[in-house]
Design a protein around this ligand. Sequence first.
Ligand code: THU
Length: 156
Amino acid sequence: MTGGSGRQAGRGRTSARRASAIPETTWRRLVAAARRARARAYAPYSRFQVGAALLTDDGTVFVGANVENSSFGLTICAERAAVVSAVANGYRRFRALALVAGRGEPASPCGACRQVLHEFAPDLPIRLVSADGRTRDVRLGELLPLGFGHRDLKRG
Ligand code: THU
């Protein structure tokens, strides 16, 4: 198990293993929600089901699952589905994301999802979990360093 409550930031740990201040009980709740969402994924073409659970600043959790389409390019990823749902419900402050996908090495968010998450939480703590229970903790800042943001637009 990686991450966990009670860990202090920095001091000899790599950033991936740095404490995210998210208690382990909260991570477990998030991962369980992402697993349930994954079971509802609509992925008849790739057969690759993904579930995401996004924790907001007041503790509300929004989930997303990938929704594919026979016009393949219209597929919506689980992470973006979760973000859109949260924003549509009035939330823009996010504390953590759990992602559950296929077996083996845990899958990581695609580039498009990284950019969409960056809009709201550039250093979001993320727990990647595989269907067979492998776990890896990362932060969005590691996955997307120097992401494009609203500040860049001011320099046009
Ligand atoms: N997928 C996600 O839901 N999130 C990602 O970050 C990567 C990919 C979905 C899209 C598609 O339905 C399937 O996984 C295979 O690419």
